[in-house]
Design a protein around this ligand. Structure first.
Ligand SMILES: Cc1ncc(COP(=O)(O)O)c(C=O)c1O
Length: 344
């Protein structure tokens, strides 16, 4: 039985063409700045995101942490959504490693923050209080079901922050999903933000790697923090070649993942126990109206369909490069059989 793995868009395997690019990559010692493929990738990523410079890192978590470290001093305050990946899933590096005070604001269901909340939260440094130094946004928003933050919302929040001397980092792990969903260049979504990170290892389908983009001075600081965290890699061009291939060949096809997510949600919505949230991109969040999430996930897995629990009473399925339209139909057919068998 073919396993249809919908746990995450991180589960993809490199394609034969990507592996060929990796095998052919010219490499050097990147800590000395000698790896031509990494240098090419960083230049190209900066260009695509409309920033001066970029830095290749092993993961999205490290890219965000390096951004936090590079924008702040220990004891500063960072404002971020209470559903953000940085706050929820990055092991508290923001406090433990960067030494920042976290001020969380409620994410609205569409992944945005309320501008009034942001205005009220920003505070200056005084003899008593830490100063708000950094605002983090996330686009697309993972825990908000792959929601796309509209450009106007990003601009409004960034304007408020900048007007009060607060810099803005965008966790754009899936920024190209947002860009294709909105039909705008990723650079437009990054423009209101001082820095942006994005991942090659998610929808773009590369095995490893993320990039952090920003001004030349910011990236020079970030390079030191990457080294401090142990993220300075040597002949990393082998990985950068996969990332470069993904950046050039796998961006436009993200619309297929979005279409498959829509089909998947529609199909699940016809089955009694499930209430999917209509997806905007490649993430389908499903509320379970009948039965326990863990029981359903176990039953799906026994039929070769993998998904993950996603908060109380919910599970998540993510479409990606390694699941096609036929796989979505097959997954729905298997789940439909299961639901039928349970109702009998
Ligand atoms: C929005 C967001 N940011 C950051 C990350 C972290 O990426 P990584 O798993 O490469 O550390 C993820 C991973 O799922 C994510 O969804």
């Amino acid at each position: 039985m073919r396993v249809i793995d919908l746990r995450s868009d991180t589960v993809t395997k490199p394609t034969p063409a990507m592996r060929a690019a990796m095998a052919a990559a010219e490499v050097g010692d990147d800590v000395f700045g000698d790896d031509p493929t990494v240098n090419l990738l960083e230049a190209r990523a900066a260009e695509v995101l409309g920033k001066e410079a970029a830095l290749f890192l092993p993961s999205g978590t490290m890219a965000n942490l390096v951004a936090l470290l590079s924008h702040t001093n220990p004891g500063d305050e960072v404002i971020l959504g209470d559903q953000s990946h940085v706050f929820q899933y990055e092991v508290g590096g923001v406090a433990r490693v960067a030494g920042l005070v976290t001020r969380t604001l409620a994410n609205r269901p569409d992944g945005t923050l309320d501008p009034a909340d942001l205005r009220a939260a920003i505070r200056p440094e005084t003899v008593h209080s830490p100063g708000s130094r950094l605002l983090c946004l996330e686009n697309t928003h993972n825990r908000c079901g792959g929601a796309v933050l509209p450009l106007a919302a990003v601009e409004e929040l960034a304007d408020i922050a900048h007007g009060r001397g607060v810099v803005v980092h965008l966790d754009g792990a899936r920024i190209f999903n947002a860009a294709v969903a909105l039909g705008v260049p990723a650079a437009a979504l990054a423009a209101p933000c001082d820095s942006v990170s994005f991942c090659f290892s998610k929808g773009l389908g590369a095995p490893v790697g993320s990039v952090l983009c920003g001004s030349r001075g910011f990236i020079a600081r970030a390079r030191r923090f990457r080294k401090l965290l142990g993220g300075g890699m040597r002949q990393a061009g082998v990985l950068a070649a996969a990332a470069l291939y993904a950046l050039e060949h796998h961006r436009d096809r993200l619309t297929e993942d979005h279409e498959n997510a829509r089909r998947l949600a529609e199909g699940l919505g016809t089955l009694g126990p499930f209430r999917p949230v209509a997806p905007q991109t490649n993430i389908v969040v499903v509320e379970v109206a009948d039965g326990r999430v863990d029981d359903w996930l176990e039953a799906f897995a026994a039929e070769g369909v993998l998904a993950v629990a996603f908060g109380p009473g919910r599970f998540r399925m993510v479409t990606h490069l390694d699941v096609g339209r036929a796989d979505i139909h097959e997954a729905l057919a298997r789940i439909t059989r299961l639901v039928g068998a349970r109702q009998r």
